[in-house]
Design a binder for this molecule. Structure first.
Ligand SMILES: Cc1ncc(C[n+]2csc(CCOP(=O)(O)OP(=O)(O)O)c2C)c(N)n1
Ligand code: SF4
Length: 308
């Protein structure tokens, strides 16, 4: 049986140097530090333009100890495929190739090359860190910006469309492993990345990464805001292993306790949702309740199966 990683068993080796150019309180910093521990030294990272390129630093300095390839915005997955070809041509084995992109570079501009790689079954891991906007260029809305969020180009009514469900899109490609994580639950993130590496083909990890300046909260609350997203049921932690879906970690516990926090707690903690009326929040609460009713029913069904 797989043993869950604890703070005591997390490897001490650091692959990200202390001090980098990300904003204070950036949750990407947590996700990247822990994610690289899970990937280990034999890894090449492919990074498109994003806050991660800022975090990594300007040539000739780098905040990351791993070799990393900076590529154009749309081409992360295509470049990862190219790297696999180059490694094969040089007969280099046992190296993890990992694309690590923002939500803009995944859900919008990078989606086509990622979809092609999934269809071909190329053997790499793709990680999307989701700060729910084009943050590096000044907080523009992306496909994964949530409904109602104020951004630089949705400044009056907030975003009018729902968040794009990228893990579901990835799952529709029937790749062997899809998981959602949050920077607020780093050990769950560590274990899922480790697990992803055991599969052949494209593996996809989606990480919710709160962004203090883009979302409008004090930098010290990144983990608190990340946890609120999960505890209110707005963002679920789950994994899909060879098409089998299951809630994991904190979301699984919420399902078992059948108790979510009100979504209002999450929305009122961030100024990007300042224009949401109580009615609009109530509407979003109903949508979450509907979704979670299905999870509770799954639990009821499995209880009945166990009782038999
Ligand atoms: C083709 C192209 N269009 C636009 C840009 C400008 N650009 C650089 S980073 C960025 C935002 C990236 O957003 P995302 O992928 O969500 O990552 P984040 O900055 O939020 O970490 C944009 C629009 C670019 N580099 N290339
Ligand atoms: S803008 Fe947001 S995601 Fe980008 S470095 Fe700053 S806190 Fe991190």
């Amino acid at each position: 049986m797989h043993t869950k990683t604890t703070i005591l068993t997390l490897p001490e080796d650091e692959l990200v140097y202390p001090g980098n150019r990300a904003c204070a309180g950036c949750a990407l910093g947590i996700a990247y530090r822990i994610g690289l521990k899970a990937l280990g030294k034999n890894t090449i990272i492919v990074v498109p333009p994003s806050c991660l390129t800022v975090l990594q630093g300007l040539y000739p300095i780098a905040a990351t100890k791993l070799p990393s390839l900076n590529v154009t915005f749309a081409s992360t997955a295509a470049a990862a495929t190219g790297l696999l070809g180059a490694l094969k041509a040089r007969n280099k084995k046992g190296i993890n190739v990992v694309g690590w992109a923002g939500d803009g570079g995944t859900s919008d501009i990078g989606l086509q090359s990622l979809s092609g790689a999934c269809e071909r079954g190329d053997n790499f891991l793709f990680v999307c860190y989701d700060n729910e906007g084009y943050m590096n260029t000044g907080v523009q809305r992306s496909g994964t910006t949530p409904l109602g969020a104020l951004t630089a180009n949705t400044p009056i009514k907030g975003k009018l469309q729902h968040k794009k469900d990228v893990p579901a899109i990835m799952n529709a490609h029937r790749i062997p492993y899809v998981a959602t994580c949050s920077a607020a639950y780093p050990l769950d993130l560590y274990d899922k990345i480790k697990k992803a590496l055991t599969f052949e083909g494209v593996k996809y990890i989606h990480i919710h990464t709160p962004c203090p300046p883009g979302w409008g909260f004090d930098p010290r609350y990144a983990v608190k805001v990340g946890k609120l997203a999960v505890e209110t049921g707005l963002y679920e932690l789950y994994e899909v292993e060879n098409s089998h879906v299951r809630l994991t970690g904190a979301s699984k516990k919420l399902m078992e306790k059948r108790k979510l926090l009100p979504v209002k707690d999450y929305f009122r903690a961030q100024s990007r949702f300042a224009i949401l009326s109580d009615n609009q929040i109530e509407q979003q609460q109903k949508e979450v309740n509907e979704r979670w009713k299905d999870y509770f029913e799954i639990l009821d069904d499995s209880d009945e199966e166990t009782a038999d």
